[in-house]
Design a binder for this molecule. Structure first.
Ligand SMILES: [Zn+2]
Length: 283
């Protein structure tokens, strides 16, 4: 096996696996991190589905409190996840996500479960997170103002320009997009993300550049959405440098063994599918 010399390989994303304590001995938790965010002083991680205690279907690392899982399971899974990140002293703050375009600023770790789909914080010892299973998670950091943000962008939030709105709002309180870093995590890729006629119509209405976002039109009125490009467009519109926008190469539907996928597993029943968690906060 060839071993890369230390420090010689600077891929923006790295899959890490860590052994953590479990009732039966040890469990292995794997997660994806964006190295530029880490180098800028931000703990960050996009979770995978393995190494937990949830029955979704078994040993699943579901990190979201929802009706398909128990509170005890989610607490144990989050404990394992934090231990794997070396962030045992950090609190996790998530939102009650409703596919809105609302941003909540978190200035106390007690602000858990607010209704919104984007969160930001400058707190220490706090990781803000968004829950997904095919939708696009976006993590943002501004090293100068020490601001972290997490965005849940599905087709609905993206059509409502959640990323553009969240960044514009953070710019009002000092975020500098030219010095900020964005990481787009695992989501359904353009080959997998099929949409129906009402979503096609919505995108045609909302975006003059819809031809850049939609492709593979079929005779029965369907097409495919490039949700990554749609959100990169919004980041660049706000002033992000393309060199500071990093896109994870993983698709939740292609890599269903590693990631939860509502479209692959859901069959119209959201409670049957676990949720991934993407977190960011100051180191
Ligand atoms: Zn795919």
């Amino acid at each position: 096996m060839e071993i890369e010399p230390e420090g010689s390989f600077e891929a923006p994303f790295e899959m890490r696996s860590r052994e953590v304590d479990a009732a039966s001995g040890k469990a292995v938790i794997s997660y994806l991190i964006c190295e530029p965010l880490e180098s800028a002083g931000f703990i960050n991680a996009f979770s995978t589905r393995t190494g937990g205690v949830s029955s979704l279907p078994s040993d699943s690392l579901n990190l979201s409190l929802f009706k398909g899982d128990t509170k005890e399971n989610v607490q144990e899974n989050r404990r394992r996840f934090l231990q794997a990140l070396g962030a045992e002293r950090h609190a996790i703050v998530t939102a009650h996500q409703t596919h809105s375009t609302k941003l909540c600023r978190i200035d106390s770790a007690g602000q858990d479960g607010l209704d919104c789909d984007a969160l930001s914080t400058r707190l220490s010892h706090t990781l803000i997170g968004v829950q997904t299973a095919d939708c696009l998670p976006i993590l943002i950091a501004d090293p100068k103002t020490k601001t972290a943000a997490a965005i849940h962008a599905g087709w609905r939030g993206t059509a409502g320009r959640i990323t553009e709105r969240a960044v514009a709002s953070l710019m009002q309180s000092g975020l500098d997009p030219r010095n900020s870093i964005a990481a787009l995590g695992p989501c359904a890729c353009i080959d997998c993300y099929e949409i129906g006629s009402h979503v096609i119509d919505l995108y045609k209405k909302e975006f003059g550049y819809w031809r850049y976002l939609l492709s593979k039109f079929t005779d029965d009125g369907k097409a495919h959405l490039d949700i990554q490009s749609a959100n990169i467009q919004q980041l660049e519109f706000c002033g992000f440098d393309e060199d500071r926008i990093h896109v994870a190469p993983h698709c939740t539907m292609h890599n269903n063994d590693l990631f939860f996928s509502y479209r692959r597993e859901g069959n119209g029943q959201p409670s049957k599918v676990g949720r991934l968690l993407s977190v960011i906060g100051k180191s």
